[in-house]
Every structure is written in structure tokens, then in C-alpha cells.
Design a protein around this ligand. Structure first.
Ligand SMILES: O=C(CO)[C@H](O)[C@H](O)COP(=O)(O)O
Ligand SMILES: [Fe+2]
Length: 215
């Protein structure tokens, strides 16, 4: 069984409060909040005021995924906007250790995300400092993409490192997650599954969250 983090990116933005209330009443463990700047990724999603608005109604921790360049500029603002966790991209952070320490100093759980082409081994020196490693199972920027199969191997490698060194970080998988790949992801070591379009595109999102949770 894994924890579930539905991605609000796939919600109906004109009915955000309604969709947050649905998540509050569901078996979701977190609300995944995708921030895209049109620079690190080609798409723009939403920013700090929307994160604040989500936080006002959410009764689940906000798992904030920053797909932005130079994220250090905005860590404090997202922390004040209610982030429980702040995940930055390895590919966007030349001073990753400093960025991670900054997140922790803000009292927020630090996470690092890796794109599909980035090997898990690139994180070896930072793993002891992390609460979360987010493995992108699609190229970041858009919901509704096809799951990349190589993700299983990366999750298994991370799990082996956790066991070998006794690290505490959770392994989160983000992109194209559905009921066809959830069980294998969990078997390979995933602790948290992000699902956007599979949840919000289903006829009964509450039941879909429960189905994913009970895998
Ligand atoms: O970070 C993301 C995209 O960059 C999203 O969290 C992810 O794509 C979730 O959406 P879906 O489940 O529809 O793939
Ligand atoms: Fe995400």
C-alpha cells in the first residue's frame, strides 16, 4: 500500500474549492501542487496566490513540486503559502545542498525531483539530507502523458540505497501513474504515488483514489 498524492493540476480550476473538498473527504494523503514557470518547463501552471488559496481549504499536506528555474528565489514565499513539502529539481539547482538546507530551515520537508534522463546516482551525496525523492515518470511540464517504463528500475535502485544506508526519504513517482502500473511501482519501492489525470479524468475520483490506495 502506498500513500496517494492527487495532482491538483488536473482539477477543474474554475471549481478548485469543490475539488479540494473532494480530496479532503477522500483517502488521499497529500495534495500535489505543480508549479510551472514556462522556463524550466514549457508550460505555465499557477503560482503563489493559488497555492495560498488551495492551502486555505486543504486539510491534507501540500506536496509542492517546483518545476521552476532558480527555485531559491521563491522557497520562503511557498513556505508562507502553506507548503508542507517543497520539491526542487536536481536539474535546476547548481547549489542543491544549500537549497535543501534552506528548505529545512524554513520548517518544510525538502524533496528533490529527477527528470527521466537523470540517473539516481546523481543524488548520492544529497540523499541523507532529503525527506523525499521524486522520480519523474514523464518529462515534466504536462499532465496526461504516458508513463516511462524505465522508472521501475530507478525506484528499485533508490530503494536499495535506502536499505543499504538506512536513509529515511520517501520515494515518490510522478507522471502517468494509473492502476496498470501502481502495483509494480509499489513492489519496486514507491512510497507515494502522484496521479493527476487518472484521478480527475475518472468518473468517480474519490473511488479512483481509494483504488490506487488499496493496491
Ligand atoms: O509534475 C507533473 C507534470 O510535470 C504532474 O504532477 C504529473 O504529470 C501528474 O499528472 P498525470 O498523472 O496526469 O501524469
Ligand atoms: Fe508533479
Amino acid at each position: 500500500m502506498a500513500e496517494i498524492a492527487p495532482s491538483i493540476l488536473a482539477a477543474d480550476f474554475a471549481n478548485l474549492q469543490r475539488d479540494i473538498e473532494m480530496l479532503n473527504a477522500s483517502e488521499a494523503d497529500y495534495i500535489h501542487v505543480d508549479i510551472m514557470d514556462g522556463m524550466f518547463v514549457p508550460n505555465i501552471s499557477f503560482g503563489i496566490p493559488v497555492c495560498e488559496a488551495i492551502h486555505k481549504h486543504a486539510r491534507k499536506p501540500l506536496d509542492v513540486h517546483l518545476m521552476i528555474e532558480q527555485p531559491d528565489r521563491y522557497l520562503e514565499a511557498f513556505s508562507k503559502a502553506g507548503a508542507w513539502g517543497l520539491t526542487v529539481h536536481y536539474e535546476a539547482c547548481p547549489h542543491l545542498h544549500s537549497t535543501v538546507q534552506h528548505i529545512r530551515q524554513l520548517g518544510v520537508q525538502p524533496g528533490v525531483a529527477i527528470n527521466p534522463h537523470t540517473p539516481v546516482e546523481a543524488l548520492s551525496e544529497i540523499l541523507p539530507d532529503l525527506s523525499l525523492v521524486l522520480v519523474m515518470s514523464v518529462n515534466p511540464g504536462f499532465g496526461g502523458q504516458k508513463f516511462i517504463e524505465n522508472t521501475y528500475k530507478k525506484v528499485a535502485t533508490l530503494k536499495a540505497l535506502k536499505e543499504k544506508f538506512g536513509y529515511n526519504f520517501k520515494i515518490e513517482v510522478d507522471g502517468g501513474v494509473n492502476l496498470d502500473n501502481a502495483a509494480s511501482l509499489i513492489q519496486n519501492g514507491a512510497d507515494i504515488l502522484v496521479a493527476g489525470s487518472f484521478v480527475f479524468g475518472s468518473a468517480n475520483p474519490t473511488a479512483t483514489i481509494a483504488d490506487l490506495k488499496n493496491k
